[in-house]
Design a protein around this ligand. Structure first.
Ligand code: PRP
Length: 215
């Protein structure tokens, strides 16, 4: 019989990766090596199941999967939307739930109603552009930031922000509100388009096992 090749997973570093590994353990996929928090190793192998895992920066996960460097990726829907890579999104894993929202001070609500030209600060210029240009038909200036986006309206860099809201406490503590909701978000599994054909049986089995565990 032909030796099975390795199936490679790219996991977005941090909370999502931990949650993913917890879920994988429940369906019998373990990777002991990965639990060593002090390890600087980048790639981990489960020889028995012929699986490899690596941790990557969230926005790089769809890139690894599109090019086939990873067969399967787990990453937030926000990143999938922003990166817009050619990958199949096959499963909502149900954790990492939050919302993509337009936020700002209450006083900015009017600016959104009247389609004024406003400044929008965000880590997600692609999502912000799509929302304002294609869905709201409002011309805006988008300012890309790399984090602590809530500062934008506070220091008057921008009128509003497009950002992730989970508990809402960052907004509350900074006197900002959700003004409009763009879409719900959660962790998703993505698959390389060629792997989905060539490794269909193994990948479908995995998807079904996860679905069963989640139901
Ligand atoms: C995210 C997001 C918000 C915050 C929302 O930031 O950009 O700032 O979490 O969570 P909350 O609604 O529970 O307060 P993150 O912590 O990833 O850091 P960043 O601001 O540097 O991007």
């Amino acid at each position: 019989m032909k030796e099975e090749r390795y199936l490679t997973f790219a996991l977005g570093k941090g909370r999502l990766a931990n949650k993913t590994l917890e879920l994988f353990e429940k369906i019998g996929i373990t990777c002991e090596e990965m639990k060593d928090k002090d390890s600087r190793k980048l790639i981990f192998v489960n020889e028995e199941l012929k699986l490899k895992f690596f941790l990557a920066k969230g926005p790089d996960v769809p890139t690894y999967v599109e090019y086939g460097a990873a067969d399967i990726g787990v990453v937030g829907k926000d990143t999938i939307m922003e990166e817009a890579r050619r990958v199949y999104e096959v499963l909502d894993l149900g954790f990492g739930k939050c919302r993509m929202c337009v936020c700002g001070p209450e006083s900015a609500r009017e600016l959104l109603k009247h389609h004024e030209r406003i400044r929008v600060a965000t880590k997600y210029p692609g999502i912000a552009k799509d929302y304002f240009y294609n869905k709201k038909h409002q011309t805006v200036d988008i300012i890309k930031l790399n984090g602590s986006v809530e500062l934008g309206p506070i220091v008057e860099l921008a009128d509003v922000i497009v950002d992730i809201v989970e508990t809402g406490s960052t907004l509350r503590e900074n006197g900002l509100d959700v003004l409009e909701e763009i879409c719900p978000l959660s962790a998703r599994m993505i698959v390389n388009q060629v792997s989905m054909q060539m490794q269909a049986e193994r990948i479908k089995k995995l998807i079904n096992a996860i679905k069963e565990e989640l139901s």
